[in-house]
Design a protein around this ligand. Structure first.
Ligand code: SF4
Length: 236
């Protein structure tokens, strides 16, 4: 039996009332860029890089005018900078040539952009366009499986399970709150169940933690790539 989603959402709201996107952006294009750069990089590092990048090029046409080597150097602190620079340039080319320099508002069009997978498209749809989606990153995949909210083998179907449970108007903020829980308490290797506000609702409470009575490690729940496409893995 699934734990009560209403109680879970309410307790997460009480614990993380201010949970929000950690990436700084002023418009959909900036969020798209920041999300592309966030693969295997922390939000804080991405924000440092995008502050410098957007000072040089704040829209697709300007970014295409940057010398390729300068773009790579700007992205270097994010890691995978050559791949990210190539994806970014090609994405900007498509945005200019096919979308008038604007970021499209549909998943189908977003996922045609280089480097944009299911999760990245969902993050843009949720945070830039306020669409009722609950994109699943590695934190949400882990937390939702431990809570028994999904047993789906991949993030896409986990998202479907969660969206069937979470009311549309709460999905975006629930996305941020599940991530906050995954980062603070329900961590991959050592979940701190004794401090978790969901412990009495969670079928995994105490089973996976390094606390007395628990077993360190993921307890069979995937904690690495988690089936998330390359470039969309855990970052913090
Ligand atoms: S009780 Fe433990 S396993 Fe369950 S959600 Fe909380 S931290 Fe994660």
């Amino acid at each position: 039996m699934k734990p009560p989603i209403r109680a879970i959402l309410d307790r997460l709201a009480a614990r993380y009332p201010e949970a929000a996107c950690g990436l700084r952006f002023a418009d959909p294009f900036q969020l798209l860029v920041a999300t592309l750069l966030s693969a295997q990089c922390t939000d804080a590092r991405v924000n440092q890089v995008t502050a410098r990048l957007f000072a040089r090029a704040a829209h697709p046409r300007a970014l295409l005018e940057l010398p390729p080597q300068e773009l790579e150097e700007l992205l270097r602190p994010c890691g995978l900078h050559r791949t990210k620079a190539a994806h970014l340039r090609e994405a900007c080319r498509l945005l200019v040539e096919e979308h008038g320099g604007q970021v499209p508002e549909t998943r189908r069009e977003l996922e045609r952009l280089p480097g944009v997978g299911h999760k990245t498209a969902g993050v843009v749809l949720a945070n830039a366009f306020h669409q009722p989606v609950l994109p699943v990153d590695t934190h949400i995949f882990r937390v939702s499986h431990r809570l028994g909210l999904s047993s789906a083998p991949d993030p896409e179907r986990t998202q479907e399970d969660l969206e069937a449970l979470v009311p549309p108007e709460e999905r975006v903020v629930a996305h941020h709150r599940f991530i906050a829980l995954g980062r603070e308490l329900c961590t991959a290797r050592r979940p701190r169940c004794s401090a978790c506000p969901l412990a009495d609702l969670c079928p995994s409470a105490g089973l996976l933690s390094a606390e007395p009575g628990g077993t360190p490690g993921g307890g069979g729940i995937p904690t690495g790539n988690n089936g998330i496409p390359a470039g969309e893995n855990e970052k913090s």
